[in-house]
Design a protein around this ligand. Structure first.
Ligand code: NI
Length: 186
């Protein structure tokens, strides 16, 4: 188990556009993903992208099979390893092509101690591959869609504060949510 240091906002490595994975099911890739899973678990994160530990390739992980104490009210998102992701915003249903955005609170392990209301597409399709090269193709909404968009933004060098529109709803977690039981590092 190797818990890696998570880069914080201001580090230029968080602003790079990550390179696609070209070799699946490789030892180096499996080691990276093990380290990312260990690091996410240690930080109690909802997700983690490879650039957050300084690795410039298109790998994100998110979800867990149990509830997250940083997001106690959030629905469970299945534990997922996603490589080379592509996100397509979707309409609300087969009969309603209107693409909606919704705002909700987000935090980030690279922006410790802060939360903001961030607009995201409410319903998306995402495709990509797992670490063995098997395809992933899911249509999701709500918190699941939000987590995927947040993590995939890291692959484009985008941190959630860059998406904030209403800065009156951007602040310190301990001030915004005084009752929330959060670990020291966020
Ligand atoms: Ni993040």
């Amino acid at each position: 188990m190797t818990v890696r240091d998570i880069l914080k906002m201001g580090d230029p490595r968080l602003l790079r556009v990550a390179q696609p994975v070209t070799q699946f099911d490789a030892d180096e890739l499996h080691l990276l993903i093990t380290d990312m899973l260990d690091s996410m678990r240690a930080a109690n994160g909802a997700g983690l992208a490879a650039p957050q530990i300084g690795v410039d390739i298109q790998v994100v992980i998110f979800g867990s099979n149990e509830r997250n104490s940083r997001y106690p009210d959030a629905p469970i998102v299945p534990k997922t390893v996603l490589l080379n992701p592509v996100i397509t915003p979707l309409g609300q249903s087969e009969h309603d092509a209107t693409v909606l955005e919704v705002e909700d609170w987000e935090g980030c392990l690279s922006v410790p101690g802060l939360r903001a209301m961030v607009p995201r597409f409410s319903r998306i399709r995402y495709t990509g591959f797992d670490q063995y090269g098997d395809p992933i193709d899911r249509t999701v909404e709500g918190f699941h869609a939000r987590v995927v968009q947040h993590e995939c933004d890291h692959l484009m060098g985008v941190l959630y504060p860059m998406r904030v529109r209403d800065f009156s709803r951007f602040g310190f977690t301990e001030v915004l949510f005084p009752g929330l039981d959060t670990p020291q590092d966020d």
